[in-house]
Write a protein that binds this ligand. Structure first.
Ligand code: HEM
Length: 157
C-alpha cells in the first residue's frame, strides 16, 4: 500500500475514534432535549440541561463531525480512489458500491446533526415544538445508521 502523510491504519484509527465521539454525542443530545422538554420552564433542571446541550454541541459534536469527515475523506482520497491522474469518471467508476451507500448514510447523519443544532438553538430560545417522546425516539436514529455504516465499512459488501 503506497505511503501517505498519515499511514492507513493510523488514519483509520483516528477516523473510528472521531466516529465514536460523533455517534455518542448524537445519541445523547436528543435525550438532553427530552429532559429540557419535560422540565419546568425557567427551572434549575432546564438551565443545567441547556448548558449541557450547548457544551455537548460545541466541545464534542461539531469537532467530532469535522474530524470524522476529514479522516474519512483522507482515507477515500488516498486509499480508496488512489490514483487521481486518471480521468475523474474512471476514478469514480473504481470506487466500491459500499462506499457510495455509506456516504449517503453519513450525509444523512450530517443533516440530522444540523437539524439537532438548529432545534437546540430554538429550544434555548424557549420554543418547545417537539414532545419529550419525540426526542426519546429520535435518540435511537443515529444508532441504527451507525450499525449500517459500520457493517458497510467492515464487510465491504
Ligand atoms: C463522515 C463521513 C465518513 C467518510 C467520508 C468515511 C469514509 C471512510 C473510508 C474511506 C474508510 C476506509 C475504508 C477502507 O479502507 O476500506 C472508512 C473506514 C471506516 N469507517 Fe468511515 N466514513 C465516514 C463516516 C463514518 C461513520 C459515521 C461510521 C460509523 C458510524 C464509519 C465507520 C467506519 C469504520 C468502522 C471504518 C473501518 C473499516 C475497516 O477498516 O474495516 N465511518 N470510512
Amino acid at each position: 500500500m503506497p505511503e501517505h502523510v498519515i499511514g492507513y491504519d493510523l488514519a483509520r484509527g483516528l477516523h473510528i475514534i472521531a466516529v465514536i465521539a460523533w455517534i455518542s454525542g448524537l445519541l445523547m443530545l436528543p435525550r438532553f432535549y427530552a429532559y429540557i422538554t419535560a422540565s419546568q420552564p425557567g427551572g434549575e433542571l432546564e438551565a443545567a440541561m441547556l448548558k449541557a446541550a450547548r457544551s455537548l454541541r460545541m466541545i464534542i459534536l461539531t469537532p467530532a463531525l469535522i474530524v470524522a469527515w476529514a479522516f474519512g475523506l483522507f482515507l477515500f482520497a488516498t486509499y480508496i480512489a488512489g490514483d487521481w491522474s486518471r480521468p475523474l469518471p474512471e476514478v469514480f467508476a473504481t470506487v466500491p458500491h459500499w462506499f457510495w451507500a455509506k456516504l449517503l448514510l453519513v450525509l444523512g447523519l450530517s443533516g440530522y446533526h444540523g437539524y439537532l443544532s438548529a432545534e437546540g438553538r430554538r429550544i434555548a430560545k424557549g420554543e418547545r415544538r417537539r414532545s419529550e417522546r419525540f426526542w426519546r425516539l429520535m435518540s435511537e436514529v443515529p444508532f441504527l445508521v451507525a450499525i449500517a455504516a459500520v457493517l458497510l465499512a467492515t464487510l465491504e459488501p
